[in-house]
Design a protein around this ligand. Structure first.
Ligand code: F6R
Length: 614
């Protein structure tokens, strides 16, 4: 989703802003732009296309006017991911009001922009783009009569929807302003320089001291300091958080793509997620607000998320139901929030989100809280909106995930929700101490098993080389294998652009089997032993129609091996660790296929890392 950056300091702003925008490329974008504030007013550069083009345009301009080079030390920048209006130079941000006095970069969606646009047009304002964002610069300009704080606040009060805004005023070329609602915006404090950005990697080169701007808070940044006001205009003080990630965590470190780096980081990430929560064989989640007594009283569970986070819920619902003996459902956040969910104080809603900013998930969380449910979130990005608004939060501590297609976040969400399930089962008395300790040992063994698997990627590379020209790929499985198929299929299609579907294997003959023809690739997940025979029948059905079959197995099983064309063999393991091990070769399969096809793996077309719009 769109990325915002802003810089105010003593150094030339252009290189800093361009570098920072590059760090946000992973969010997905189709155009980029920068506005500088200087003694001659606001200067905007923007283009449809990549940041490289923007860099060239700015370099060209400073060559033709050498007096400008290094002149600007204050600016805001943006990568746009088109929502309203196609990708074009005009629709790119920043948007500068026609008066030339105000420039704005915006992430989010202004829901009432047509109404505001009509109002502004009736008052003589004109528009150059098709975007919802341009109303913001014109609206601030409409209210501006010398006091930028009042203009921004009055305009902001008229906006419906979600927004993170960076704002420049030509009359105040020494400052940038920022305000947000339902979209991320981080303030970074440096020495004689301060910055804003949508995400931490954009700031790391300049500062490690950050805070997240709260809902509707307004920040004014100069090179000497940052002032923050709440929505009543009262000045507030934020505690700064020191980011201690190794900067390598946000770099590729010799890997060709972030995705493969993050796949390889999974053993480590899983250890960081579970290790600190196990003490003497017992689980300590450190929940602050939901007590053991509260958990005992839970009679149903809803797991809510989008995309891969939802797929984690799909895997876990089977396990949780079995372990706790209560109804557990996985819900798509975009459906849940509008579905008048039947939940109450005895329902535990588990919200899952890597970014902690996915708008549908955030609204799902608010719906759950409004209806009185108990809410625990599983989040990667510390102090993100979902983390902040949850009753209790469990961080995955997976480190920054840059690749748009999630891998290590998915894997860490999976083990963390398993820990939560075990913890609840122990409290509710559905497992005893011995079972708990055996389960904890099994989870703790995952990193080593994964790390061994990740040393032998050649068989997966071979399979990718055989099938990277496929037009369609079907994934089938039953029970947890079906849920894992959903994730495997999403991974493949999102980065390789190969059409792919996941089916509950028993559903095939109810329609979709008509799509199978000579050479169609079917990947059959056969790890769920109670239904193995049924899976073998399903494989035979598709083979009879000409399919090529790769079977994923975790045990010696001649029959499956004989009937499939290829097998991916997993190490022997228990049911708890099985999902974590099963997904990894399928992530690798998607990665190597996309790599052979020459796809833009870390930034697949049309996709964004953090989906802050509906
Ligand atoms: C797929 C993927 C997405 C995200 C989804 C939710 O590889 O990354 O499906 O899982 O957009 O994002 P978060 O977890 O940030 O809420």
């Amino acid at each position: 989703m769109c990325g915002i950056v802003g810089y105010v300091g003593n150094k030339p702003a252009s290189g800093i802003l361009l570098d920072a925008l590059e760090k946000l490329e992973y969010r997905g974008y189709d155009s980029a732009g920068i506005a500088f504030a200087g003694r001659d007013g606001i200067k905007v550069y923007k283009t449809c296309g990549r940041i490289k083009q923007l860099r060239e345009i700015i370099a060209e301009e400073s060559k033709s006017d050498s007096s400008r080079d290094g002149e600007f030390t204050v600016g805001i920048g943006h990568t746009r991911w088109a929502t309203h209006g196609r990708p074009s130079d005009n629709n790119a941000h920043p948007h500068c009001a026609h008066s030339g006095k105000v420039a704005v970069v915006h992430n989010g969606i202004i829901e009432n922009y047509l109404e505001l646009r009509a109002f502004l047009e009736a008052h003589g304002h004109t528009f150059s783009s098709d975007t919802d964002s341009e109303v913001v610069s014109e609206l601030i300009d409409y209210y501006y009569s010398g006091d930028p704080v009042s203009a921004v606040r009055r305009a902001e009060m008229q906006l419906k929807g979600s927004y993170a805004l960076g704002i420049l005023f030509s009359d105040y070329p020494w400052q940038i302003m920022a305000i947000r609602k339902d979209g991320p915006l981080i303030v970074g404090l440096g020495k004689d320089e301060n910055m804003i950005a949508s995400d931490i990697p954009a700031l790391l080169k300049h500062t490690r001291d950050i805070f997240r701007l709260g809902e509707r808070e307004l920040a004014i940044l100069t090179k000497d300091g940052v002032t923050v006001m709440d929505s009543y205009g009262e000045r507030i003080q934020h505690e700064f958080e020191h980011i201690d990630w190794d900067i390598d965590a946000a770099e590729k470190c010799g890997y060709p793509h972030f995705m493969i780096k993050e796949i390889m980081e999974q053993p480590d990430a899983i250890m960081k997620t579970i290790g600190p929560r196990i003490h003497d064989g017992k689980i300590d989640l450190g929940l602050k607000h939901i007590s053991e007594e509260d958990l005992k009283g839970i009679t149903s569970i809803k797991i809510v998320g989008c995309g891969s986070a939802y797929h984690v819920g799909m895997v876990e619902k089977y396990y949780m139901r079995h372990l706790l003996g209560i109804p557990v459902d996985a819900e798509l956040a975009s459906e849940f929030r509008y579905d008048s969910p039947i939940i109450d104080e005895h329902t535990l809603v588990i919200i899952i989100s890597q970014s902690g900013e996915t708008l549908d998930t955030l609204y799902g969380l608010r719906e759950a809280r409004k209806r009185g449910a108990r809410v625990i979130s599983i989040v990667n990005v510390v102090a993100s909106s979902i983390a902040n608004e949850s009753e209790d939060v469990l961080y995955t501590w997976a480190g920054p995930e840059i690749s748009v297609a999630t891998t290590k976040a998915y894997s860490t969400q999976l083990v963390l929700i398993q820990l939560l399930s075990l913890h609840m089962a122990y409290i509710k008395g559905t497992i005893d101490e011995k079972q708990l300790s055996a389960s904890v040992d099994e989870l703790m063994a995952i990193p080593k098993m994964l790390s061994d698997m990740l040393k032998k990627v050649e068989p997966i590379q071979y399979l990718a080389s055989q099938y990277f020209n496929s037009q369609d790929v079907f994934f089938i499985g039953r029970n947890m294998d079906y849920s894992l198929s959903l994730e495997a299929s999403l991974k493949l299609k999102e980065i390789s652009y190969i059409h792919s579907e996941a089916y509950a294997a028993g559903e095939l003959k109810h329609g979709s089997i008509s799509l199978i023809e000579d050479g169609t690739l079917v990947i059959a997940l056969c790890t769920y032993r109670p239904l193995l025979e049924k899976m073998v029948s399903n494989i035979k059905e598709v083979k009879a129609r000409g399919a090529k079959v790769i079977a994923v197995i975790n045990h010696d099983d001649d029959e499956t091996e004989n009937v499939a064309d290829h097998v991916i063999r997993l190490p022997e393991c228990g049911t708890l660790s099985l999902p974590s091990l099963t997904i990894v070769p399928l992530q690798l399969f998607a990665y190597y296929i996309a790599s052979l096809k020459g796809c833009d793996i870390d930034k697949p077309r049309n996709l964004a890392k953090s989906v802050t719009v509906e």
